[in-house]
Design a protein around this ligand. Sequence first.
Ligand SMILES: *[C@@H]1O[C@H](CO)[C@@H](O)[C@H](O)[C@H]1NC(C)=O
Ligand SMILES: *[C@@H]1O[C@H](CO)[C@@H](O)[C@H](O)[C@H]1NC(C)=O
Ligand SMILES: *[C@@H]1O[C@H](CO)[C@@H](O)[C@H](O)[C@H]1NC(C)=O
Ligand SMILES: *[C@@H]1O[C@H](CO)[C@@H](O)[C@H](O)[C@H]1NC(C)=O
Ligand SMILES: *[C@@H]1O[C@H](CO)[C@@H](O)[C@H](O)[C@H]1NC(C)=O
Length: 541
Amino acid sequence: MRVFLTLLAILVALLNLQEVKSHGVQPLSTIAIYSAVIAIDEEAYIKAAPVILGLNGQNKEWITVEYGIQNPSIDDWIGVFSPANFSASTCLPDNPRTFPPLLCTAPIKFQYANYTNPKYKNTGKGSLKLQLINQRSDFSFALFSGGLLKPKLVALSNTISFANPNAPVYPRLAQGKQWNEMTVTWTSGYGLDEAEPFVVWGQKGGEQRNSLAVTLTFDRNTMCGAPARTVGWRDPGFIHTSFLKELWPNSVYTYKLGHRLLNGTCIWSQMYEFRASPYPGQNSLQRVVIFGDMGKDEADGSNEYNNFQPGSLNTTKQLIEDLKNIDIIFHIGDISYANGYLSQWDQFTSQIEPIASRVPYMIASGNHERDWPGTGSFYDTMDSGGECGVLAETMFYVPAENRAKFWYSTDYGMFRFCIADTERDWREGSEQYKFIEHCLASVDRQKQPWLIFLAHRVLGYSSCAWYASQGSSAEPMGRESLQKLWQKYKVDIAIFGHVHNYERTCPVYENVCTRNEKHFYKGALNGTIHVVAGRSRSEPF
Ligand SMILES: *[C@@H]1O[C@H](CO)[C@@H](O)[C@H](O)[C@H]1NC(C)=O
Ligand SMILES: *[C@@H]1O[C@H](CO)[C@@H](O)[C@H](O)[C@H]1NC(C)=O
Ligand SMILES: *[C@@H]1O[C@H](CO)[C@@H](O)[C@H](O)[C@H]1NC(C)=O
Ligand SMILES: *[C@@H]1O[C@H](CO)[C@@H](O)[C@H](O)[C@H]1NC(C)=O
Ligand SMILES: *[C@@H]1O[C@H](CO)[C@@H](O)[C@H](O)[C@H]1NC(C)=O
């Protein structure tokens, strides 16, 4: 059998003991935006160039910001805002008893004025190179004194923008509900009353055809709390999904995103290509990459705080370099760590575009996507920053019956994957438990010998110190009801994220190794191998 399972335990991590509990690590959350005051200083200035970006269709560009102030301080900082007219007029009070603050929008990124300008504290002059991505709106730049905790806006820049801010961007592929269906999801600034979204696609070099796309969006009120509903809110634009059906197994297809404006003009993305999935049971080369907890990072060094996700750019770079050896990717929860700062989802989809536009990028739901008190999540933490799953469920397609219940199965050649949602009840008797059993029981093992269970939190085994401190080796109740299913249906491998580490067990059942080999197994395992794939970096746990 020519099946290769590459468990790239990539994973990035911030992680540490707090990960299981805290949510306050998003760098943008370190800015006390509600306390900001406007104190324009006529002597201070800030300006940005070039004024128009993406003249050759690019969706990502470097710009230069120059600034100066009379009384510099090392904690002066630059905030990048989008839309450019971030303004008091749109501020909502956090609760009915408070007055709307002066600033009610977090920047989409920030950097200290002294970054790359060690003389700034003496000269009060500096410049920054920043990378901007096309995210449906224009940009402005503000110079603040007073540090992150008592921000005083002293100067505001000119506005700059992409030539077409509405352009279709950041396509992400995902397996459809049928083995021979690929879905492509992307973001644009075109609502249905302005343009009709569609995909032009076909076998490479063959006849091309059009498929319509469906469109979703959501408003501020669908967020469950702050910051997603307050300073972190940003208009998500429109998210389109097209279903490319009846694909020929393993065939290469090309596709292009389009929007037909009312006057007949079409706006196009660049051309992309992908390889269709193999038929379930087909014996061909199949290479799978699985990891959790990646997050995003800024190539220009902005938003650095607390080593938030220092490794995610290394991980995406490595995946891009290896892309010709990768057929499908599973990112099993803790996707962008936007934690309620919505602009960061555009940043994330931009960062993974070279990967997700070429191979199916399947996600699972994690605590940072879903958890919010009183909203139906299994855990009552505030880890999603008020997103309560809306972003993950809208920005990415998964072949679930109901995307608000993030469990699904997907077949890839000789693999059957059963993806669970650890942020919803999985215990015996629950709706999800029935799904898991059906997913495991319904596969023809003669044709699909590899049965893989995936989930975000560790329901199986991990030696993580936090679990150990609870006298446990997994989430409480994690494997209680599931281990008999894994055993009965002979699940080969169960892979989890959440813990920012890499671990692999022997084939195990009820805490006992069922086989003693260390590296190579032949024949029945009599247990399930458990893997934690939440880290690829060298940061200490
Ligand atoms: C730049 O500012 C930051 C934040 O105040 C400070 O931690 C850092 O030491 C400063 N660097 C220099 C070279 O002054
Ligand atoms: C800000 O600009 C956007 C377009 O970029 C516009 O839709 C919005 O109405 C403006 N808001 C204010 C308060 O002027
Ligand atoms: C259609 O509308 C777009 C956007 O307003 C414009 O750029 C384009 O020139 C128009 N095309 C025609 C044929 O009028
Ligand atoms: C990640 O990439 C950065 C920038 O290229 C590099 O400085 C750093 O050493 C890399 N880290 C690892 C662990 O490879
Ligand atoms: C697996 O379990 C079966 C039934 O309990 C047993 O007969 C067999 O010897 C076991 N195989 C190994 C390799 O332990």
